[in-house]
Write a protein that binds this ligand. Structure first.
Ligand code: UT7
Length: 332
């Protein structure tokens, strides 16, 4: 990072999860699956699902309020709100604008960011630019998903994997040597068809046919996404570490995107990390897309798993295809 830039760091975290817990046993009653298959193939035991009246902003706002409280920052002092999501309340206005209004963050710039499950890392990278260059003082980055509303509940290949939730972080400039030390983002649009929602956009607007054919729900080639994920999680982490001038031997803690325990184990192995250095909450929440990492970060922080000075790697992959990794020196 050039000397004239100030490092941006996380100064507060928060999360919000729906209360309703749905176990694998409950899914056995909906599709032809088994608790044993889900546990052994994915590591997931249960997930949280939002009620019919809950939209993304309803989880995003409490997550942001908690992060602001912990940072001791008033909403009116926010300069920037980024909401990473593939399940916004509406196509427009942006969910970030709805969050801005409900937080009372008058005047803050606000926009949504769509990068699949890598959305939170992309959001962190964007906020980092604004803060490290001194353009803005305080930003909140929120990862939120209500994936239960875009799932085909008859498709056992996808419906057992996902959950709903929101996580938020507040970013400000921190002391030199702390905060975000390295970032790596990437995309490969050639793999876009491996994980998508075909209808509901300008290519295939919603119609009775698209709804009947479930084209407004998640379509995924699981095995291909799996292969990509196993490769990219290690590669992206190593690139972000290199950018920070560190190696895998310097990593104190890894918070990977929580999609599949076998993908997490492969990344752990690639980075040569002991399992106790890796945060996993996938068994309780399933894959919450862009909310996975900020929720895990908030929990790890509150559980006392992160210590000031720890070198923490965050790494994600997702629809696009996209990937992203960040290396932080923990400053809380
Ligand atoms: O955040 C990014 C989002 N996506 C991902 O991260 C997904 C990455 N991919 C994966 O995690 C894995 O590919 C899955 C968990 C989705 C699937 O695991 P897999 O080991 O790749 O299984 P598969 O898709 O190759 O399917 C194996 C078998 C198939 O049966 P046959 O054809 O061998 O008879 C599937 O039909 O397992 C069957 N199967 C199921 N069986 C019971 C697929 N889903 C289920 C299910 N319950 N829920």
């Amino acid at each position: 990072m050039p000397a004239q830039l100030r490092p941006a760091g996380i100064v507060g975290t928060g999360s919000c999860l729906p209360e309703r817990v749905v176990t694998n046993a409950e899914l056995e009653r909906i599709v032809d699956t088994s608790d044993e298959w889900i546990r052994t193939r994915t590591g997931i035991r249960e997930r949280r699902l939002a009620g019919p009246d809950t939209a993304a902003s309803d989880l995003a706002v409490p997550a942001a309020v908690k992060a602001l409280d912990r940072a001791g920052i008033r909403p009116e002092d926010l300069d920037l709100i980024i909401v990473a999501t593939v399940t916004p309340d509406t196509l427009f206005p942006a969910t970030a604008c709805l969050v801005q209004e409900r937080l009372g963050a008058r005047g803050a710039a606000a926009f949504d960011l769509s990068a699949g499950c890598s959305g939170f890392i992309y959001g962190l990278a964007v906020a980092n630019q604004f803060i490290s260059t001194g353009v803005y003082r305080t930003a909140v980055v929120i990862g939120v998903e209500i994936l239960s509303k875009i799932i085909n509940w008859q498709d056992r290949n996808t419906c057992v994997l996902f959950g709903d939730g929101a996580g938020a972080v507040v970013l400000q400039a921190v002391a030199p040597g702390e905060g975000i030390l390295g970032l790596h983002l990437g995309a490969d649009g050639n793999g876009g068809n491996l994980l998508s929602i075909p209808a509901g956009g300008s290519r295939l607007p919603a119609s009775p046919d698209s709804v009947r054919e479930q084209l407004h729900t998640i379509h995924m080639n699981g095995p291909e996404v799996f292969k990509f994920a196993v490769r990219i999680m290690g590669e992206a982490s190593l690139k972000a570490l290199e950018q920070a001038g560190l190696t895998r031997a310097d990593v104190d803690f890894l918070i990977p995107h929580q999609a599949n325990i076998r993908i997490i184990e492969a990344a752990t192995k690639r980075l040569g990390l002991a399992p106790e250095k890796v945060y996993v909450n996938l068994h309780r929440y399933g894959n919450m897309s862009s909310a996975s990492i900020p929720v895990a970060l908030d929990e790890a922080c509150r559980e006392g798993r992160l210590h000031r000075g720890d070198r923490v790697v965050l790494v994600a992959f997702g629809a696009g295809l996209t990937w992203g990794a960040a290396v932080l020196r923990w400053s809380l």
